[in-house]
Design a protein around this ligand. Sequence first.
Ligand code: NAG
Length: 154
Amino acid sequence: MSSTYFFVLLFVVFVNGSPLKETCTATVWDSGTGPCRAAIQTDLECSNSALDIGQTKYVTCDAVQFSWSYPMNNLTITIGTQYTYQRKPFTLYLDNRGQTIYRIHDGGQETEITSRDKVIIQYSDANYQIILKFQEADTIGPYLGFINYKVAPQ
Ligand SMILES: *[C@@H]1O[C@H](CO)[C@@H](O)[C@H](O)[C@H]1NC(C)=O
């Protein structure tokens, strides 16, 4: 067996044969256009990626603009803010881009909050955070998806 053939075979097994990974951490970095604008990248072979804003510098932002490259499968974002650390309830105003969105409650239960409203409003939970799951198609689609929100104390 030639080595070329072997590598082609290996590639096919990897790309088509491997099941989706269950949980992965999304990466996020400055998109260079402002302090509260960032780019999100997820692993295309992952069914559920997670991003904890409370562990990033964007925790201090009252308005963020994220661009998610190659949005696919699920991305769960834990929205922590400065109010989380102050233990103060806050309200989230999310620009509705028509995505399928779930609110994840303490204990992991999901409630679908997909809506036709221009802005989706959510209130922080008992941990002073808001966990949202964005569900995208399971095939590669548009290059960018956008997740923009503002937060304000209640
Ligand atoms: C994404 O999450 C939804 C809702 O929990 C679930 O039905 C779906 O199977 C998940 N997608 C993948 C690729 O795991």
